[in-house]
Design a protein around this ligand. Structure first.
Ligand code: SF4
Length: 517
């Protein structure tokens, strides 16, 4: 038998990006700095599943898509592998010619990570170290096997987080030969082929939106996640420009990807989109027949244990409340069996919405936005969803009145099943290149700090009450440990926020609730 000398093409991502998270909602913790989230904890919370030579049995969707695009374009399955980042030394050898790395937040500076640092500081915890995800990404670049064969290997990096490397100018210091920005499936086969054959590859490639008929079907299970729409088309300025073109994936491809997941043992399916209710639509309004047909088909697959959807837009939900209730019912949701869905509120100020997200409230008027949000939250709660919502704060042109409107919306939403996370503004998406948007990354306004403390305090309280449910899909023993960890972390977080945050905030909470944690 021939000795294994390494896969010719190794695809990987950091261990928190490719982890199964035990099928819990704990993925967010990869943004925590390592002062409070040491590597040992990462081994517990971010398990990775791999087989012979480190080939992953289930992995991150973006890597699965790139692998599929290579195989569909003539690369052999035995030459290409998505590899467990903890086992790179078993997969990389003298035969390896290309290392493709998917990144989400390689430098630890995206919205979520920035929020976690601000919250820790409000809790009185000053942090110095990089985030877990950033540390785990750098571990790939510094891996011994990568270094050993570095002169034979071309390093290609893609994924949502490449803007951080481009804007910081760190590409060459990190030893990256080529960065792919945008959708990768059309451009990856050519770049990887050239790299494999030892040719010169460009240092930067822009990946255009992929037409639906050329989006490949994954070959490796993707932790149960299957894309049903790609892109959005509402055009918010801070969002990823690649989301400009909205596409619905044909049913046959969706079913094939569900089958790949089921075959790999994944029984909990997430239908991924930026706005699920627009599946099959050619406008900003839902196409009820297409949505119901998709769910009717998928819910009849006997091997599936649970189906969830991940994103919704408030205006789409409110434009067809009956459909929202029907979808909740078809997914088996109720007060006793809730699911979590993500929604971008972006701002409680119509003025700010008009500037940064004018397409978001359509078909409604931007002036009605706070009302649209509250009514959509109420509707989604009634239909069985808890909502994980975000607003963007500390924008360069934000006025005190805008902040007060955010404050009022957050206060009103305290009474609903919604966690609101105010994200400190970072010039991203189309705003990266806009001069007067290049604002500071620091929170300068005390009132914004109060807003963050208010919202996060409320969110942690709700997370504490929901901690069992947030880890419910993990295996039995793991569920008990992670549920307890989350509960304890919530209690400590609440106490520290109370003790260390501004007096005004503490008074605000005591007066409103008369509780002491
Ligand atoms: S609605 Fe969401 S996905 Fe669409 S452009 Fe705005 S932020 Fe991006």
């Amino acid at each position: 038998m021939d000795r294994f000398e390494g896969f010719k093409i190794v695809l990987t991502g950091d261990e928190s990006l490719v982890s199964t998270y035990h099928h819990t909602y704990l993925g967010f913790s990869s943004g925590l700095p390592m002062d409070v989230f040491p590597s040992l904890l990462g081994n517990i919370i971010f398990p990775t599943l791999s087989g012979e030579h480190g080939r992953m049995k289930t992995s991150q969707y973006g890597l699965c898509k790139i692998e599929a695009s290579l195989i569909d374009n003539g690369f052999s399955r035995s030459d290409v592998a998505i590899v467990d980042p903890r086992r790179l030394d078993e997969a990389i050898g003298p035969e390896t010619r290309v290392l493709g790395i998917g990144v989400l937040d390689p430098l630890g500076i995206n919205y979520g990570t920035a929020l976690l640092r601000v919250v820790l500081s409000l809790m009185g915890v000053e942090t110095r170290l990089q985030s877990y995800m950033s540390w785990a990404t750098m571990k790939i670049f510094n891996n011994d096997a990568v270094k050993k064969y570095r002169n034979r290997i071309k390093v290609i990096v893609g994924g949502q987080g490449v803007w951080e490397i481009i804007d910081s100018g760190l590409q060459h210091r990190l030893g990256i030969d080529c960065i792919v920005e945008g959708e990768g499936e059309l451009v990856a086969p050519k770049i990887f082929r050239t790299a494999l054959e030892g040719g010169e590859i460009p240092s930067y490639v822009k990946g255009p939106p992929v037409p639906v008929d050329r989006i490949p079907v994954i070959k490796t299970p993707s932790r149960g996640l299957v894309e049903v729409t790609r892109g959005c088309g509402r055009g918010c300025l801070f969002c990823n420009p690649t989301l400009l073109m909205f596409r619905s994936i044909p049913m046959d491809k969706i079913l094939k990807e569900i089958a790949v997941n089921i075959e790999g043992g994944e029984r909990n399916i997430t239908l991924h989109s930026e706005d699920f209710l627009r599946y099959g639509s050619t406008s900003l309004l839902p196409n009820e027949d297409k949505v119901l047909n998709l769910l009717n088909t998928v819910t009849k697959i006997p091997e599936i244990n649970s189906i969830s959807i991940d994103f919704v837009t408030a205006s789409t939900a409110l434009s067809n409340p009956k459909l929202v209730k029907t979808v909740g019912g078809m997914l088996g949701l109720s007060d006793r069996n809730p699911a979590i869905i993500q929604m971008g509120i972006e701002s409680g100020s119509p003025r700010i919405i008009k500037i940064i997200a004018p397409g978001k409230p359509k078909p409604f008027n931007y002036e009605e936005w706070p009302k649209i949000v509250e009514e959509a939250v109420n509707l989604l709660n009634d239909s069985g969803w808890w909502i994980c919502a975000t607003i963007i704060v500390n924008l360069p042109q934000e006025t005190e009145e805008d902040i007060e409107m955010n404050m009022r919306l957050v206060e009103r939403l305290e009474h609903y099943n919604v966690f609101v996370f105010p994200l400190p503004f970072i010039p991203s998406g189309s705003l990266r290149k806009v001069k007067d948007m290049a604002g500071t990354h620091k929170i300068v306004s005390t009132r914004n700090l109060e807003l963050i403390a208010l919202a996060v305090y409320d969110a942690i309280k709700k997370i504490k009450s929901l901690s069992k449910h947030l880890v419910a899909k993990a295996p039995f023993g793991v569920r008990q440990v992670l549920g307890a960890l989350l509960y304890v972390a919530s209690v400590i977080g609440l106490r520290r926020l109370q003790r260390n945050s501004l007096d005004a905030i503490i008074d605000h909470f005591k007066a409103r609730e008369r509780i002491l944690i």
